[in-house]
Write a protein of this length. Structure first.
Length: 151
């Protein structure tokens, strides 16, 4: 007995280059969208700060509070712009738990030194035991390098 099949298979057509690249393009666009969204998760400062330059370098560590001092005298505590009176009240409220807090201070390089020192004294009076002043490294300087450029 001989069976004859009535099924006819079409020959597989050759895929064009566009069809082969399409899944790769989809993946690239998905990655692009993911990184665009993930890149926006970092909180920005409420106003522009240009920290002074520094030749020292140290680890940031884990601090509880971030204080910003603007060139025009504005103050911010953990990203919230406050008047001086509100700043003192918010600082007292946050430090009321009795823990020995550490604070990072980010002051604009153009801020008046007297104001920066006044904020430091306010922090010390509120009970802050550890204060880190955030600065940017000076271009071309290395940690431990002497002022004349020789080690």
């Amino acid at each position: 007995m001989r069976f004859q099949s009535s099924l006819h298979f079409r020959s597989a057509r050759a895929k064009s280059d566009d069809e082969r690249v399409l899944p790769l393009v989809n993946v690239v666009f998905l990655l692009l969208i993911f990184f665009m969204i993930a890149g926006q998760l970092a909180a920005s400062d409420p106003f522009d700060i240009a920290p002074p330059l520094s030749t020292s370098e140290g680890p940031a560590g884990t601090q509880e509070l971030l204080v910003l001092v603007g060139a025009d005298g504005r103050l911010a505590l953990d990203g919230e712009t406050l008047s001086e009176v509100d700043f003192k009240a918010a600082l007292t409220e946050r430090l009321s738990d009795g823990a020995a807090p550490s604070v990072r201070m980010k002051a604009d390089g153009g801020a008046e030194a007297n104001q920066v020192v006044a904020v430091m004294e306010l922090l010390r009076g509120a009970g802050v035991e550890r204060l880190t002043l955030l600065t940017l490294p000076q271009p071309g300087s290395a940690v431990g390098a002497s002022p004349d450029g020789e080690n």
